[in-house]
Design a protein around this ligand. Structure first.
Ligand SMILES: NC(=O)c1ccc[n+]([C@@H]2O[C@H](COP(=O)([O-])OP(=O)(O)OC[C@H]3O[C@@H](n4cnc5c(N)ncnc54)[C@H](O)[C@@H]3O)[C@@H](O)[C@H]2O)c1
Length: 256
């Protein structure tokens, strides 16, 4: 698991460590604590040789490392582009059979909230960050088609234990459900898939039937928070129009 010291990784690890024979963690940030089934390695994913060595003998990679929000290209390219190249090359070289990876709703953030989309729609990134996630989905597709490295792209909404604003009534995902989706990605039969990392929210913008077909059964729903949160909107009409919210609105040039 890359990015093993990060926010989502820590929550997923707590939920899956007991089911793993060995979970090899890598992050550039030192680890606080590890479970009995885990080994921790501090390395930077921009170091291709280090990642190639860590990938040896691994069945599956869960790639969660990355810069998780909008930034300038100089920040995003090493974390979300060069690292991706190194992870998929390491997997190919070591014969790793599958890579599950944290894509993002921001790969499709310029779809309007009025439109329900599935995982097959063309991408519409809402930010430089979103473009790096589209890049990762493209790399996964190439390595699945050409090299037989299975790809499982999870377009994660917003992961937290509780939604805190109206937008999350649509795109929130509980960590239990991220862990459930990871379990599907580790065991299901597929070649190259994109699924949405979202709980069972009735206001979701996403048709997640591919995830369902592969066995994903989210246990949580934001619906119990509708009354409390439906008025908690941003106040920005551009952010409210697009699924990507403030990522779409930042720097947006209004037309006409
Ligand atoms: N948090 C969310 O709700 C959300 C939503 C959509 C997608 N995602 C994606 O999920 C992943 C995890 O997000 P998070 O919120 O846990 O972020 P996070 O910043 O808490 O964790 C990311 C981890 O990656 C590590 N990392 C970054 N660059 C690295 C490098 N070059 N080498 C080694 N380690 C590196 C960081 O040290 C960090 O521990 C990210 O890829 C993010 O883009 C998160």
């Amino acid at each position: 698991m890359t990015g093993g010291a990060g926010r989502i990784a820590r929550q997923v690890r707590d939920r899956m460590a007991d089911d793993c024979v060995e979970l090899r963690l890598v992050d550039r940030t030192p680890f606080d604590a590890v479970h009995a089934s885990e080994t921790a390695h501090v390395a930077d994913l921009t170091d291709a040789a280090a990642i190639a060595s860590l990938a040896r003998g691994v069945d599956a990679i869960i790639h969660l490392a990355g810069y998780p929000r909008e930034a300038d290209w100089d920040t995003l390219i090493p974390a979300n582009v060069q690292s991706v190249v190194n992870v998929w090359e390491a997997a190919r070289g070591a014969g790793v059979k599958r890579i599950l990876y944290a894509s993002s709703n921001h790969a499709v953030g310029f779809y309007p909230r009025s439109q329900r989309i599935d995982a097959a729609v063309p991408t519409k990134p809402d930010s430089r960050y979103g473009v790096t996630k589209v890049f990762m989905e493209a790399v996964a597709s190439l390595y699945a088609e050409k090299h037989g490295v299975r790809g499982f792209g999870m377009r994660i909404g917003f992961c937290s234990t509780q939604p805190t604003e109206a937008r999350m009534l649509s795109h929130w995902v509980h960590p239990d459900d991220v862990a459930a989706l990871v379990a599907v990605g580790l065991t299901a039969e597929y070649e190259n898939e994109i699924v949405y990392g979202v709980s069972a929210n009735s206001r979701s913008w996403w048709d997640n039937s591919r995830a369902q077909a592969l066995g994903y059964r989210p246990a949580h729903s934001a619906d119990i928070f509708i009354e409390a949160l439906q008025a908690a909107v941003s106040g920005d009409p551009i952010a409210e129009r697009f699924q990507g919210g403030s990522f779409a609105a930042e720097g947006y040039v209004s037309r006409g």
